[in-house]
Design a protein around this ligand. Structure first.
Ligand SMILES: *[C@@H]1O[C@H](CO)[C@@H](O)[C@H](O)[C@H]1NC(C)=O
Ligand SMILES: *[C@@H]1O[C@H](CO)[C@@H](O)[C@H](O)[C@H]1NC(C)=O
Ligand SMILES: *[C@@H]1O[C@H](CO)[C@@H](O)[C@H](O)[C@H]1NC(C)=O
Ligand SMILES: *[C@@H]1O[C@H](CO)[C@@H](O)[C@H](O)[C@H]1NC(C)=O
Ligand SMILES: *[C@@H]1O[C@H](CO)[C@@H](O)[C@H](O)[C@H]1NC(C)=O
Length: 261
């Protein structure tokens, strides 16, 4: 009865749903989530599932109670672990260790089957696709350098070895009311280069700080994949005596990683 129910429920797991997106950082680990919808705990001896990428290379294979490392492609060997302690609850997620840029933009699929009880070779869950995971990989820009010439009011912001291509913006802070002003992209000149060997980006972005009294200039670098922003701020020397705002420091160069929580 319960096996019939399980099979019935599973018929409503659409095979071609939109992929779940998972974003990861190079060198770190990431869990690719996938759950088998079951009404009752799965007997691992009756479970078969495998993960493969869009080129049909196998990441992980499990059949009738055992891992099958011999089916795993060398691209993934030694890097993938499942969670056997959670499998009977239908959790067939895997963890990818040491994520590389080679994993970027891959589409992973999970196929699963559950054999009928009673030792027959029939399935209670027919072999079918149960999950699709799209992976985006990023390398954060570690330090953003900002150089400002207070006399010419030219500012240059640079950073190296990040991925993907960054979005660079500039922010100015008004001296008297502290309000922030995002510089129009028309006044921003950004050159980005990608290293053909490691695929990493470097950029240089320059502006001329417009007239008006500004207290500070900030270069804002967004990583669209990690949803992380790195900034560098320079406090402008306006060449006249001023009241000292909190945190004042002449010529200060700050690089701060702001995780938008
Ligand atoms: C499966 O187990 C892993 C490891 O404990 C956990 O990170 C993940 O959230 C679980 N996934 C589901 C769908 O329960
Ligand atoms: C992670 O992968 C990189 C590139 O393939 C390799 O150089 C490095 O040794 C790996 N690190 C670990 C801990 O496996
Ligand atoms: C702050 O001052 C600048 C320059 O006087 C002005 O353009 C801007 O609108 C002011 N912002 C606010 C929020 O008052
Ligand atoms: C994951 O990365 C993709 C590609 O850069 C991006 O479009 C998406 O917004 C990111 N998702 C999150 C949750 O940051
Ligand atoms: C990025 O982070 C901000 C701040 O937490 C959040 O509001 C936004 O939804 C996130 N973007 C994505 C694509 O997840």
């Amino acid at each position: 009865m319960s096996a019939v129910l399980v099979a019935y429920c599973l018929l409503f797991v659409p095979g071609a749903t939109a992929a779940v997106e998972v974003n990861a950082t190079v060198g770190q680990s990431v869990v690719l989530p996938c759950a088998l919808v079951t009404a009752a705990p799965v007997d691992l001896k009756k479970l078969r599932f495998y993960w493969q990428d869009e080129g049909n290379y196998v990441l992980y294979s499990f059949n009738e109670g055992k891992e099958r490392p011999e089916h795993v492609n060398e691209l993934y060997r030694g890097r993938i672990a499942a969670f056997p302690e959670h499998m009977s609850g239908g959790n067939v997620s895997v963890k990818v260790k040491n994520v590389t840029l080679g994993d970027n933009q891959k589409l992973f699929q999970v196929f699963a089957a559950v054999f009928d009880s009673g030792g027959t070779r029939r399935y209670s869950l027919k072999h079918m696709e149960i999950c699709q995971i799209a992976v985006h990989v990023a390398v954060p820009f570690k330090s953003v350098r900002l150089a400002v010439n207070d006399a010419t009011r030219a500012a240059a912001c640079t950073a190296h070895t990040g991925f993907p291509k960054p979005l660079v913006k500039w922010r100015l802070q008004h001296l008297f009311n502290n309000s922030l002003h995002l510089l129009d992209q028309g006044g921003v000149h950004t050159t980005t280069v990608q290293d053909p060997k490691d695929q990493l980006y470097s950029f240089s972005s320059t502006i001329n700080i417009p007239g008006g009294r500004y207290e500070s200039v900030t270069c804002v670098v967004d990583n669209p994949t990690l949803n992380v922003t790195v900034t560098a701020t320079h406090v402008l020397n306006t060449g006249e005596a001023q009241r000292s705002p909190p945190g004042w420091a002449v010529g200060l160069m700050v690089a701060a990683v702001v995780l938008r929580a």
